[in-house]
Design a binder for this molecule. Structure first.
Ligand code: PLP
Length: 418
């Protein structure tokens, strides 16, 4: 698929993501201000999984936003992009033993999620009694019971962390304490379908009960991510953090216990657009199908989005059509991105800009039919390419056969014949 050229300096050749640097600055600033206002002794960390574009991670590090990672691979990515271990929050259910051990010794904030991680931590504490090891525990709690209809899991409950009532949490605390490890934190993250303040009040009430009943002296309380992020809408970051403070103040001292937040989508969803061009228009019976160089694999990779998109159209025509189906370049029938109502009749070369597509899009990057689109950053009146559009050689990188010269002609011709 050939690239469609840009019309002006502030618009990229399509297909491409564009990050609005000024809008992103605003989101980070608003979250930081909310923390500084209500819980100055806090850590703003960024959830790598939401979008781990190297430019974005470097941006966060330069803004002094910590890394929140959930795998050895993400941990290594943080180090590769200049984070030091003491600015990394290490969560997730699949930490490797060696990474966990070095993170424990090098000052990362770690929230354990699995029984084997408890065992490995206790082992290390016994081997190195001179080290004062401290960890947090991810809590498995019943959001659905406290906020019916707001969880994403329904009655089945969450699969993460140590359950409060089945003995898992108590056993983890006992094993760690016996080995001389301090239980220094609780990790309460839950995704919700509503992103309501009530979800955070519920998580804080569960945390408060654990702190009281087990007499914990915590260095951190991690409320996770899952916040709503919009420029004007509510709840605001300020609303969330003030509610969290109100709920936790009775059981801990905000000057001693750090509040950790791990926003992902609420920081990066809105600042990102996807620019696409119209490649073809087909009239099939009464339906108008507009074929573009975007795909759901770019902006709706899980094929889950039901609501449409806010789109900006740069169209030649002024006459409108009651309904147009905007489709992607792939060979899947389901690759229908959105429906437009009473919009200008699109023609070849028109531009469609989809808004609010920065979260859980690039991090599910697809090599289905086309490789990765370019990414640009728009800031201060200029556009900078921070990732070029991938070609076949990018796709082949790391391929062992290529390294061994067994992919005939790959390097010269851009084609691979194994
Ligand atoms: C542990 C943890 N922290 C933070 C996040 C970020 O969530 P969001 O992108 O909704 O802010 C997630 C996402 O699922 C998560 O699992």
């Amino acid at each position: 698929m050939a690239a469609m050229p840009a019309q002006n300096d502030l618009e990229p050749t399509t297909p491409a993501f564009v990050i609005d640097g000024d809008v992103l600055d605003g989101f980070v600033h608003r979250f930081r201000t909310a923390l500084e206002t209500h819980w100055p002794h806090s850590i703003l960390s960024y959830s790598f999984k939401t979008n781990s574009l190297p430019w974005l991670i470097s941006y966060m590090r330069e803004k002094d936003v910590w890394a929140e990672v959930v795998s050895d691979a993400e941990f290594d990515l943080a180090l590769a992009l200049g984070y030091t271990p003491d600015k990394i929050v290490y969560n997730g259910p699949v930490k490797g033993r060696e990474h966990l051990r070095s993170a424990l010794l090098e000052g990362s904030i770690i929230n354990l999620d699995a029984k084997r991680e408890v065992t490995w931590t206790a082992e290390l504490a016994r081997e190195r009694p001179e080290e004062e090891l401290a960890v947090g525990l991810r809590v498995n709690w019943d959001l659905e019971a406290l906020r019916p209809g707001e969880s994403t899991t329904g009655e089945e409950g969450s699969r993460f962390g140590f359950h409060i009532d089945n003995g898992d949490l108590g056993r983890a605390i006992a094993e760690l304490t016996e080995a001389g490890v301090r239980v220094a934190g609780l990790h309460m993250h839950r995704n919700s379908s509503t992103q309501s303040i009530g979800v955070y009040e519920a998580s804080c009430s569960v945390a408060a009960e654990i702190i009281r009943s087990r007499n914990l002296d915590l260095s951190w309380i991690d409320v996770g991510g899952g916040f709503f992020g919009s420029v004007e809408g509510s709840p605001t970051f300020d609303d969330y953090v003030s509610a969290i403070r109100r709920a936790l103040e009775p059981v801990l001292d905000p000057d001693r216990t750090r509040l950790i937040v791990e926003p992902g989508g609420s920081l990066i969803a809105v600042p990102v657009e996807f620019h696409a061009s119209v490649l073809d228009v087909k009239q099939i019976g009464e339906h108008t199908l507009v074929i573009t160089d975007a795909s759901r694999t770019d902006i709706d990779p899980l094929f889950r989005r039901r609501r449409g998109y806010a789109v900006r159209l740069e169209a030649e025509a002024t006459d409108t059509l009651p309904r147009q189906i905007v489709a992607g370049f792939t060979c899947m029938e389901e690759d229908r991105i959105t429906r437009l109502t009473d919009a200008p009749a699109l023609t070849v070369g028109d531009r469609i800009v989809f808004s609010t597509v920065g979260a859980y899009t690039m991090s599910y990057q697809s090599s289905f039919i086309e490789f990765l689109p370019a990414v640009h950053v728009r800031q201060g009146g200029s556009l900078t390419e921070v990732r070029r559009r991938w070609g076949v050689m990018d796709h082949l990188q790391g391929n062992r056969w290529l390294r061994e010269g067994r992919l005939t002609g790959a390097a010269d011709q851009g084609t691979a014949t194994p």
